[in-house]
Design a protein. Structure first.
Length: 169
């Protein structure tokens, strides 16, 4: 297994179907319960564990998942409401160093819970036309709504696996 990409890299089908979207939204909808089951009762020693040398620890991963979903949700909404907007990236390493990352992980899980509920509500009835809408990421170029929904689900699962690897050590 590649520890950096334990569930593999993001793989979006060329033709995204409503069934694909439904599957991704199902993952997003149940995610915070699964995350809470994994990290909800951890002590500081466990929260400080890393999945590989030089990686973020479990605490930082939980906060990063929420930070990233927040940024991706905003991009999704912009793609659905504006015509091909350009969006900035965010410096995840600097975000991970901010003081709010020392808060208990439950703070981020609660924020993520509401955010994921909004993502599911926003995306459960996307039309074909909406799946093709896009934004321009300042570094990564054109990204469609379909790809963003796939990444919203993949990204959470990707880091949940990192957390499980860290906790198994």
């Amino acid at each position: 297994m590649d520890v950096k990409f334990p569930i593999g890299k993001l793989d979006v089908p060329e033709e995204v179907t409503h069934e694909n979207v439904k599957e991704w939204l199902s993952q997003i909808e149940t995610y915070t319960d699964r995350l809470r089951e994994t990290v909800g009762n951890l002590n500081d020693e466990d929260l400080d564990k890393t999945y590989r040398e030089g990686s973020w620890n479990v605490r930082q991963l939980v906060h990063h998942i929420t930070d990233s979903q927040l940024n991706m949700y905003q991009r999704l909404k912009l793609a659905l409401t504006d015509d091909g907007p350009t969006v900035p990236g965010f410096n995840q390493d600097e975000w991970a160093k901010q003081p709010d990352n020392e808060l208990p992980v439950e703070v981020s899980i609660k924020l993520l819970e509401g955010l994921n509920e909004r993502i599911v509500a926003q995306c459960e009835n996307l039309t074909e036309e909406q799946l093709d809408r896009y934004f321009i990421h300042e570094t990564n170029g054109k990204i469609t709504v379909a790809t963003k929904v796939a990444k919203l689900a993949w990204h959470e699962e990707h880091h949940l696996e990192h957390i499980k690897i860290a906790l198994s050590k």
